[in-house]
Ligand binder design. Structure first.
Ligand SMILES: [Zn+2]
Length: 70
């Protein structure tokens, strides 16, 4: 999860926030939008090495489940 730096954070903190991302090799969860379709947001579980997609869930359903669990 990205943590937005405070307004007075230095250049390095803002550079990291804006430009640097983890690039994991293996199974990861990604947020995709059905742009050009219904516009829904999806949580896609994908292996970044093989590109095999093992699970797709509606992001709204995942969010509801997270809120119910907390
Ligand atoms: Zn759709």
């Amino acid at each position: 999860m990205l943590a937005r730096p405070g307004p007075d954070a230095g250049e390095v903190a803002w550079d990291n926030y804006l430009h640097l991302r983890d690039n994991p090799a293996g199974v990861t969860e990604e947020l995709w939008q059905h742009d050009g379709g219904c516009g829904s947001w999806l949580v896609v579980t994908r292996d970044t090495v093989s590109h095999v997609i093992s699970k797709v869930e509606m992001a709204a359903d995942v969010k509801r489940a997270m809120q119910a669990a907390s």
